[in-house]
Design a protein around this ligand. Structure first.
Ligand code: SF4
Ligand SMILES: [Zn+2]
Length: 489
């Protein structure tokens, strides 16, 4: 939605020649919008216009540039973005749009190659009235040079990815784009996850398991299908607007506090080890000095030392044993709760079979010396969800010998706590936890901001007009995925 609204506002400026404020007002007035989303659209539109003022000689082009009948099943090829041409038509520029993070993440070579090729050889065509229909392409235009640029709407940056003759674009496509395009057309693999909600096959796809009542709610059959994870419900619990703005994929402040980064680094270390392991982790597999973490987690020596001590205790609770089979590391599962009208996304750290029965393992890191006495199903919503999933046999196999395992790694030891999903009392507790978190979320359609202490660590506070005035956090305490990694135990 943010991108569509941004494109609508830009269309009004570039094709209808409306002043930017007027264009924004008319686009934002068409439907009720969250004020955080409106703030982002205004920022993005102005950022784009200011960064692209450097090319005033280029004229906006409404029609798409489409290459047809390419080869091997690739019948139509085009690139999504904003299109421009010089007054004589000899130069074309395609601007690819990204909400944020342009400096951190490069476009793939295939993306650039396809963008350059379609800008060079694409024939103009309006978007088909029905999306399944072919483009009705017009006559070829004489083009000699193409530019492909990337524009970051958050930071207001423009970077040229390709600038050359059309023959160079053809050579680039041959080198980097052709095979990738054919692979896309012939791809058969299904990877359930965050994209399922947008997929037209979601209601018929075997990868999405039907699970009516998984969230413990009464029926909301008339409600619109939504997607949710335990992290989403946590964000919602913090502040409904914080959850909603992240769901819209508004750019986040990607900074994790040290405890969360230790948790991420420990998880990644174990993930790699388990993916390559042929048996249980040994003490010799654990780091021997503080150089172990991936630099991306930016752990200083003290933090690396804490993580190293946590990992020391993992071999005593490692899930890989002789009877372990069907190991799945960080696999994403999607369940369709047809009562709640929700796609429930779950990504366990590990699932595996022990003598045929499924075991669901979650790992938490904490610097607390000891756990409090609270029940793990009540304390950790991920454990509650895992208990509900295994308790219904949604992964298949026998339920009565399956289990949920919570591994807690501390600098001074490790705990392994088991939950029996076939125990009706555990199931009752699990459903009570899920219901308590999910019901207000399912019934909310406005996602009002709840400013307060949460604003200090809110990843989307930049877009929130209600953000409480607080000092900027010295370092984020627990944000985004990090909040799932380290928890009080
Ligand atoms: S800044 Fe505060 S009020 Fe706004 S979304 Fe974030 S937590 Fe909620
Ligand atoms: Zn292990």
């Amino acid at each position: 939605m943010p991108v569509r609204l941004f494109m609508d506002a830009l269309d009004a400026v570039e094709f209808d020649r409306r002043p930017v404020d007027e264009a924004l007002n008319s686009v934002l007035a068409k439907q009720p919008l969250h004020e955080g989303l409106a703030a982002f659209i205004k920022h993005a539109t102005r950022s784009y216009l200011s960064v692209c003022e450097a090319e005033p000689s280029m004229l906006p082009v409404a029609r798409w540039w489409v290459v047809q009948h390419v080869e091997q099943g690739v019948r139509e090829l085009w690139a999504w973005g904003r299109r421009y041409r010089s007054a004589d038509g000899a130069v074309r520029e395609l601007r690819l749009i990204r909400l944020a993070n342009m400096l951190e993440r490069q476009r793939s070579e295939a993306e650039v190659a396809v963008a350059a090729y379609t800008a060079a050889y694409g024939r103009p065509a309006p978007w088909p009235d029905e999306w399944e229909k072919k483009f009705l392409v017009r006559a070829r235009e004489e083009v000699s040079r193409v530019v492909v640029a990337d524009v970051d709407l958050t930071e207001g940056l423009r970077r040229v990815l390709f600038d050359g003759a059309i023959e160079d674009a053809a050579a680039l496509y041959e080198k980097d784009g052709r095979r990738a395009a054919i692979q896309v057309v012939h791809g058969q693999t299904r990877r359930p996850g965050g994209d399922c909600l947008k997929c037209r096959l979601v209601l018929a796809c075997d990868e999405v398991t039907r699970a009516p009542g998984l969230l413990g709610l009464r029926s909301y059959r008339r409600a619109k299908l939504r997607q949710v994870s335990i992290s989403d419900l946590r964000y919602y619990d913090n502040c409904p607007a914080q959850h909603h703005l992240q769901t819209l994929h508004l750019p986040k402040i990607n900074e994790y506090a040290t405890p969360a980064r230790i948790g991420q680094a420990v998880h990644r270390y174990l993930e790699t080890l388990h993916a390559e392991a042929s048996g249980p982790c040994q003490h010799a597999d654990m780091p021997a000095d503080t150089s172990w973490p991936d630099p991306q987690w930016e752990l200083d020596a003290d933090a690396a030392e804490v993580g190293m001590r946590m990992l020391t205790y993992h071999p005593s609770v490692c899930p890989l044993q002789e009877n372990t089979s069907d190991l799945r590391i960080e696999k994403t599962f999607v369940f369709h709760d047809t009562a709640a009208q929700a796609l429930v996304i779950a990504k366990p750290d590990l699932v595996y079979r022990d003598d045929g029965a499924w075991v669901w393992r979650e790992t938490k890191t904490t610097r607390r010396r000891q756990r409090g006495g609270e029940d793990v199903v009540t304390e950790f919503p991920q454990v509650a969800l895992a208990t509900a999933i295994l308790g219904r046999g949604l992964l298949g196999g026998p339920v009565d010998s399956s289990r949920v395992e919570l591994e807690i790694l501390r600098p001074g030891g490790a705990d392994l706590i088991m939950v029996d999903p076939s125990d009706p009392q555990e199931l009752d507790k699990a459903y009570a936890v899920l219901r308590k978190m999910a019901q207000p979320w399912r019934e909310d359609n406005t996602f009002a901001a709840a400013p307060g202490d949460n604003c200090r660590t809110c990843p989307v506070s930049r877009w929130c007009p209600s953000a409480a005035e607080t000092d900027p956090p010295p370092s984020f305490q627990e944000t985004a995925r990090g909040a799932d990694r380290e928890q009080p135990a």
